[in-house]
Write a protein that binds this ligand. Sequence first.
Ligand code: SAH
Length: 215
Amino acid sequence: MEDSYRHKGLRRQLVEELRTKGIKDDRVLDAIGRIPRHQFIDETAFEKQAYQDIAFPIGCGQTISQPWTVAFQSQLLQVSSGMKVLEIGTGSGYQTAVLAAMGARVFSIERQRPLYLRTRQRLTEMGIKASLFYGDGYIGLEREAPFDRVLVTCGAPFIPEALQAQLKVGGRLVIPVGEGAVQTMTLVERTASTEMATSTHGAFRFVPMLEKRAG
Ligand code: SAH
């Protein structure tokens, strides 16, 4: 689907809405202003709502995160150009695209093969560069570690050890933690090789982070 003037106008409104809701990082707002979110939503029934601040189903029982959540996580991550970023939960690829637009080198893992395949094709067609993997986010991506930043976009019952181990000293891990329907947005900063500083940043609702590849 083309990126029309109407889509661009709606996107500008979304950026202003996110600014009003407290997003201050211009790199994040600029990226959201550039990525055509409607192209990440398969069902044309939802196309008109693509620039409203709401989540949508993307197939396989998964959802594309709400723009505010994408903006909030991206801001908390403090991404700058050239950083190596690991994302857990590729889903639609929208968050991946936002990180790539911020200049990050993105590595993203998805446990559902149909989503991995579809999103890989979508990002290629859109000319968005990111390295996508079909795998289990709990074990991270040892062969590409260490990462400047790690972002988890599904609700994790606990903070996986491997994701902390694959973080550079000075690196940041942003992860929604909680076993029920609601998770606490958690920031883990690796302050020294054996030291982690943890802080919490509000309540969110994500689909659950599940173990092992689902096929
Ligand atoms: N970042 C995505 C959000 C998708 S929802 C977007 O912008 O669209 C979260 C995704 O995490 C789902 O696609 C789900 O299949 C995936 N997921 C759940 N558990 C996982 C795991 N252990 N490893 C990798 N991906 C996982």
